[in-house]
Write a protein of this length. Structure first.
Length: 136
């Protein structure tokens, strides 16, 4: 004798797994979509940044779409993986970018002030030091 439901169909032992798989795939897709939007680094920040300040002559800042790297002198580099980017405008016309990243020391944040007219960058905690993108 066959085991049939009231609709006349045989119940599938895999049906609960199909629902679970569909749910997991949808959840992963949504997480990827929302995570990628948060990590988008504006094109104007992407690149290698250097300064002519003598105290930082062996230092650099490199920003890619998913990482931020700091040349910390003596050939050493510290890299963090960008988790989120926030953007605001200042009263002086600068665009303030806050990069939230995870590095060797845990979760960190760096705030950068970009002057759109000149393309010059300043770290918010060191406003007198001017950084310029290499190749510009």
């Amino acid at each position: 004798m066959r085991n049939e439901t009231s609709s006349g169909r045989t119940p599938s032992k895999y049906r609960p797994y199909a629902w679970l798989l569909g749910f997991v795939v949808t959840l992963v897709f949504l997480l990827l979509v929302f995570a990628s939007k948060r990590r988008v680094v504006p094109e104007e920040l992407i690149g290698d940044w250097t300064t002519t300040d003598a105290a930082y002559q062996d230092r650099f800042l490199t920003i890619y779409s998913g990482t931020v790297s700091f040349g910390t002198g003596d050939g050493t580099v510290s890299t963090g993986f960008i988790q989120k980017v926030e953007q605001t405008s200042s009263r002086t016309g600068e665009v303030i970018y806050s990069l939230f990243y995870k590095g060797d020391d845990g979760e960190q944040q760096i705030s950068l002030a970009l002057e759109p007219a000149t393309g010059l960058l300043r770290l918010k905690n060191q406003p007198k030091i001017v950084w310029k993108k290499s190749g510009t």
